[in-house]
Design a protein around this ligand. Structure first.
Ligand code: DX5
Ligand code: ZN
Length: 222
């Protein structure tokens, strides 16, 4: 399977979200990355539940890739209208007591549960959850803001996550999120990533033609 793009909507023109979504949809992009933050798990607020929900009415074929950087994420699922076709990534660090219930709730709604880990969380925590998820999201920057530098050792971490998935024999997807730059995306693909969150370090750099940027990154991660 070729690598798939998941452009990060929080890095797009937030004053023209419908235009941005339609442009990506019409370019045949597979996923739209929707970052939700609660200002507690991370010190920021970006797209709110209403915007995440509203994207459903605009999308034609692009699938929602919802990244919830929040404690108690289940409280937002109804408001986001989580359902079939959605990827929903919740953070290991944000669900210390009820991760199993949270992942099961996502699956019960017909969506694909992904487990996200922040840079300081080792990949060793992942295998215990492989039976409960469809994929892993490895954060290669500290979550909460676009434009952050990549955390040293991130490529090795992606390789380690891919190795654990392969050794498990499970057909899980590996998503990489954070500083997916022109220079690094090919190396991230070689490290075993399948889905690439494209933000300010690539697609949304100033002055780029979106169609050309999408074509270029699609080629780099295929
Ligand atoms: C940051 C978000 C990312 C962010 C990536 O916490 O999870 O999705 O938009 O943006 P860049 O590419 O600027 O790191
Ligand atoms: Zn994200």
């Amino acid at each position: 399977m070729s690598g798939k793009l998941s452009p990060s909507l929080m890095c797009a023109d937030v004053l023209n979200l419908e235009r941005e979504l339609t442009a990506l949809d019409d370019l045949g992009v597979d996923y739209i990355h929707l970052d939700f933050m609660d200002n507690h798990f991370v010190p920021n607020i970006t797209l709110d539940t209403g915007i995440v929900k509203a994207t459903k009415s605009v999308l034609k074929h692009m699938k929602r890739d919802i990244h919830i950087m929040a404690f108690k994420p289940q409280q937002y699922f109804d408001r986001m209208e989580i359902g079939a076709g959605d990827i929903v990534a919740v953070h290991y660090e944000a669900c210390p007591d009820d991760l199993g219930d949270v992942l099961a709730d996502i699956r019960a709604r017909g969506a694909s549960p992904f487990l996200a880990i922040s840079p300081d969380t080792p990949v060793d925590v992942l295998p215990d959850w492989f039976d409960s998820i469809d994929g892993v999201l490895v954060m290669t920057v500290y979550p909460g803001f676009a434009g952050r530098p990549i955390v040293p050792g991130s490529l090795e971490k992606l390789k380690a996550a891919r190795r654990l998935i392969d050794e498990s024999g499970k057909d899980l997807l590996l998503e990489v999120d954070g500083h997916v730059s022109w220079e690094l995306c090919g190396k991230m693909r070689e490290a075993g990533a399948d889905i690439f969150v494209a933000g300010s370090s690539s697609l949304y750099q100033k002055g780029l033609d979106l169609g050309e940027a999408v074509a270029r990154m699609t080629e780099l991660v295929k």
